[in-house]
Structures are given as structure tokens and as C-alpha cells.
Design a protein around this ligand. Structure first.
Ligand code: FAD
Ligand code: DHB
Length: 389
């Protein structure tokens, strides 16, 4: 098989890149190690910034998002038993849209199928070759046969544990990492949201987040020790703990229902530099991870592939300038999102190792934030995100 761009990974980064390249008339093949159902079963992010909405529109997959997504004009911070609203729209003129990553992925998959663009699911032993020259290729095993795709470029959209970043020679890449000493336990259930907007809470028992997918489906998170196992958390234990961490007015509205999904995600900040190695590009979680507190992971994946698709379109239009500056331009956005996600994570979680002084500083910082219009403005601008250009 021969294509222009071989895309490794059918998560949101890979599928959106494929759709954007298609719009520019650039041929592409997606190679994914899992099944389509497995990819759709992973419950992850839920908040889209305008930049992601615009790119999904540009790719021609925005219809259901506009019909079913929930525009949110504000988010709430709770601490010390009080709730404070950050008015995103009044402060920035922008809003975010609550629409699950699963739905984004489903829309992209349906669109790709309707275009007839090829996606190879359940590809084993995916390997990337020759990207330091000008004729890279990809190999994998499918139905017990070794297959090969020759390409002009390889896009590594294969997530944090993927093969693309791991295939770069160690001396060519620098990795910056911070691992946090806790995780998020998430629960998805068909119960109404406790509030019409998200609530991020800092409590002496740890962080909580009350999010949603629709008027009838909620997504709740609790900070938990990394040593916890999902099996040890019954639904009742989850709801009991969640109710203790919610502000009282919201706790009174909490409706319990059986978990559709429950999982623990570790928290990490990570950036690989650069994001281009000859004819291999990294995009999305393959190149960077943010802790989920700022809801940036999916949005960064979208903005990376927005930049990469434009760079590749420029290349096929005769100019290498875009691919030469992709890494630098993407990293400039990534480091801003890393800073915000790190700051918001430090602000909202419980860090017993920082002692009572650390806790009082968090309280003082939260009090400052809700009293200072300029501090709220900075937070709101970061939360709603930057335009692509
Ligand atoms: P992924 O979605 O990881 O997709 C990569 C794809 O590549 C996967 O389908 C994978 O199967 C495939 N792949 C991997 N290796 C190979 C290989 N060798 N060959 C072929 N294919 C391969 N963000 C938030 O904003 N809020 C959240 O609550 C949140 N929760 C998260 C929970 C978890 C457990 C994780 C892992 C991430 C979470 N994120 C969250 C982050 C957000 O979901 C990611 O930033 C987003 O999925 C990035 O998209 P991606 O396409 O770059 O990577
Ligand atoms: C969700 C996840 C996040 O990490 C976040 O900051 C907000 C919402 C969610 O899954 O709904």
C-alpha cells in the first residue's frame, strides 16, 4: 500500500488529522492497534475549547456537536464549603462546549467511513521505519500477514504509550516529566448533573470534579491515592465520598445511579521536544501529557493536528515552511497549556506532603483568585484556550 501520510493511532488526534488532510486532498491511511469498539469504550475528556470546535467544523464533523453539545458560559470553584462562579463568557467573550471525547471519536469514525478512507484496526506489531530519509514506511501484522505502507510522512498520533516516540533515537529527543502522587477515580452514570455547570472542588479530603455528558448523564471524579484499585471502590463508596467533597447545595441534589464505567487515571505532566524527526511528526498525547484538571488534553491534540494538517497542505502546495516550524509552533501552545494545567492541578488538589503551610497557601491563593478580577480573567483566558493562529 502507498499513501501520502501514514497516521499511527485512531484516537481523536489521528482521526481528526485524517479528516483535515482529506479536506486538503491529501491521501492518508490510519493504523490502529485496537478495535474500533475498544477505542470508543475509553471514557476520557469532556470539555471542548473553541479551537477544537472550529477544527471539527473545518473537518466537516461538527453537526452533532452543535446539536447535542452543551455550551457552558462559566465554571465553578468550590472550597471551604463555598462555591464561586468564574464567568468565562463575561471575562473572555468565549465559552466551552461539553461534549464527550467518545462522541467526538464516534463522529470522526463515522465521517471517515462515509469518505471511504482506509483505517486498519487491530494492527499488531506496528513499527515505523526510515523516517530519517525521505521514504518512510510502516509495517504491521494483520490477520497473520505482515503488511507494509509506504508514505511521504508518518504522523505519530499513537498516544503516550505509542510506538512512534519510542522509535526516535534517545539522543534526538528530550523529555520533561512530572508525575503527581495521586490519580483521578472517574465514574460515569445516567444521573442528572448536580449543577448546570462544572464544579471543581478543593477539600480537606481531596479534589473533586462534577462534570456531565448531557442533561441525563454525569461524569464525576475524585482525587485518590495511586495505590487504590477500582475494584475496591463500590458505587456506594464512591457516592458517599463524592457527597462529602461536594459543596452542600450540590450535595443535596446528588442522585445516585449504577456506574456505567469506573476507572483510575494517573496524573502526569510530560513534554517531548522536538515534535519532528525527519519525516515523523508527533501530535497529541504521543508528544505531551497534561494532568486533566484544566481539560486541555483533547484540545491540545486537536490544535496539534490543526497545525500539522496546515503544514502538510503547505508542503504539498510547494513550501516546506510549515513542516519546518510545526514543532516550534505546536510547542509554544503546549507549554502554555502545560503551565495552566500544572497551576490548576497544584491549586485544587490535596498535597499532604506540603504540610499545613502548603494547605494554607492553597486556601490563600483560592481566596485571592475569587477576589481578584484580573486573576479570574487570567484563569478564564487559559481555560477557554487560545485561537490556533
Ligand atoms: P489517544 O486518545 O491516546 O489515542 C492514541 C491511539 O493510538 C489509541 O487509540 C491507541 O490505541 C493507539 N495506539 C497506541 N499505540 C499504538 C501502536 N503502537 N500502533 C497503533 N496504534 C497505537 N483529558 C481531559 O481533558 N480530561 C480527562 O478527563 C481526561 N481523562 C483521561 C483519562 C485517561 C485514562 C487518559 C489516558 C487520558 C485522559 N485525558 C483526559 C486526556 C485525553 O483523553 C487525551 O489527551 C486525548 O485522548 C489525546 O488524544 P490522542 O489521539 O493524542 O491520544
Ligand atoms: C472532564 C474532564 C476534565 O479533565 C475536566 O477538566 C473537565 C471535564 C470530563 O470528563 O467531563
Amino acid at each position: 500500500m502507498r499513501t501520502q501520510v501514514a497516521i499511527i493511532g485512531a484516537g481523536p488526534a489521528g482521526l481528526l488529522l485524517g479528516a483535515l488532510l482529506h479536506r486538503s486532498g491529501i491521501d492518508n491511511v490510519v493504523v490502529e492497534q485496537r478495535s474500533a469498539d475498544y477505542v470508543l469504550g475509553r471514557i476520557r475528556a469532556g470539555v471542548l475549547e473553541q479551537v477544537a470546535v472550529d477544527l471539527l467544523d473545518e473537518a466537516g464533523v461538527g453537526a452533532r456537536l452543535h446539536a447535542e453539545g452543551l455550551p457552558h458560559d462559566g465554571v465553578n470553584l468550590s472550597f471551604g464549603g463555598q462555591r464561586h462562579r468564574i464567568d468565562l463568557h463575561a471575562l473572555t467573550g468565549k465559552r466551552v462546549v461539553v461534549y464527550g471525547q467518545t462522541e467526538v471519536t464516534r463522529d470522526l469514525m463515522d465521517h471517515r467511513r462515509s469518505l471511504g478512507r482506509p483505517t486498519v484496526y487491530e494492527a499488531d506489531q506496528v513499527a515505523v521505519h526510515g523516517f530519517d530519509g525521505d521514504k518512510p514506511w510502516v509495517t504491521f501484522v494483520k490477520d497473520a500477514q505482515v503488511q507494509r505502507i509506504d508514505a511521504d510522512f508518518i504522523a505519530g498520533c499513537d498516544g503516550f504509550h505509542g510506538v512512534c516516540r519510542a522509535s526516535v533515537p534517545a539522543g534526538a529527543i528530550t523529555e520533561h516529566e512530572k508525575v503527581y502522587p495521586f490519580g483521578w477515580l472517574g465514574l460515569l452514570a445516567d444521573v442528572p448533573p448536580v449543577n448546570h455547570e462544572l464544579i471543581y472542588g478543593h477539600t480537606e479530603r481531596g479534589f473533586m470534579l462534577a462534570s456531565m455528558r448531557s442533561a441525563t448523564r454525569s461524569r464525576f471524579y475524585l482525587q485518590c491515592p495511586l495505590t487504590d484499585r477500582v475494584e475496591d471502590w463500590s458505587d456506594d463508596a464512591f457516592y458517599d465520598e463524592f457527597a462529602r467533597r461536594l459543596p452542600p447545595d450540590a450535595a443535596a441534589r446528588l442522585v445516585r445511579g449504577p456506574a456505567l464505567e469506573k476507572s483510575i487515571a494517573p496524573l502526569r505532566s510530560f513534554v517531548a521536544e522536538p515534535l519532528r524527526f525527519g519525516r515523523l511528526f508527533l501530535a497529541g498525547d504521543a508528544g505531551h501529557i497534561v494532568p486533566p484538571t484544566g481539560a486541555k488534553g483533547l484540545n491540545l491534540a486537536a490544535s496539534d493536528v490543526g497545525l500539522l494538517s496546515r503544514a502538510l497542505a503547505e508542503f504539498y502546495g510547494g513550501s516546506p515552511a510549515g513542516i519546518d516550524t510545526y514543532s516550534q509552533r505546536a510547542l509554544a501552545r503546549i507549554w502554555k497549556a502545560e503551565r495552566f494545567s500544572w497551576w490548576f492541578t497544584q491549586l485544587m488538589h490535596r498535597f499532604p506532603e506540603n504540610g499545613s503551610f502548603g494547605e494554607r497557601m492553597q486556601q490563600a491563593e483560592l481566596a485571592y483568585l475569587v477576589q481578584s478580577e484580573s486573576a479570574q480573567q487570567a484563569m478564564a483566558e487559559n481555560y477557554v484556550g487560545l485561537p490556533l493562529a
